[in-house]
Design a protein around this ligand. Structure first.
Ligand SMILES: [Zn+2]
Length: 58
C-alpha cells in the first residue's frame, strides 16, 4: 500500500492521527519536527490522500 492508502485505511478504522507520530525526532510532547524523512513522507502521504494532516508539529 502507499502511504496515502495507509492513511485512508487508518481513518476508516478511526485512527486519530493527532495522537500518532512517524517522526524520528519528536519532542517529549510527541510533536513532530516536520523536517526528517519520516515527517516529510508522512506529510506527502496526507497530501496524496487528500486528508487534513492532523499531525502536531513543533
Ligand atoms: Zn521528524
Amino acid at each position: 500500500m502507499t502511504k496515502a492508502e495507509i492513511i485512508k485505511k487508518g481513518l476508516g478504522f478511526g485512527v486519530d492521527y493527532s495522537e500518532t507520530t512517524s517522526c524520528y525526532d519528536a519532542n517529549t510532547l510527541g510533536e513532530a519536527c516536520g523536517e526528517c524523512d519520516a515527517s516529510v513522507l508522512r506529510k506527502i502521504g496526507f497530501e496524496n490522500a487528500n486528508v487534513q494532516d492532523s499531525t502536531r508539529y513543533q
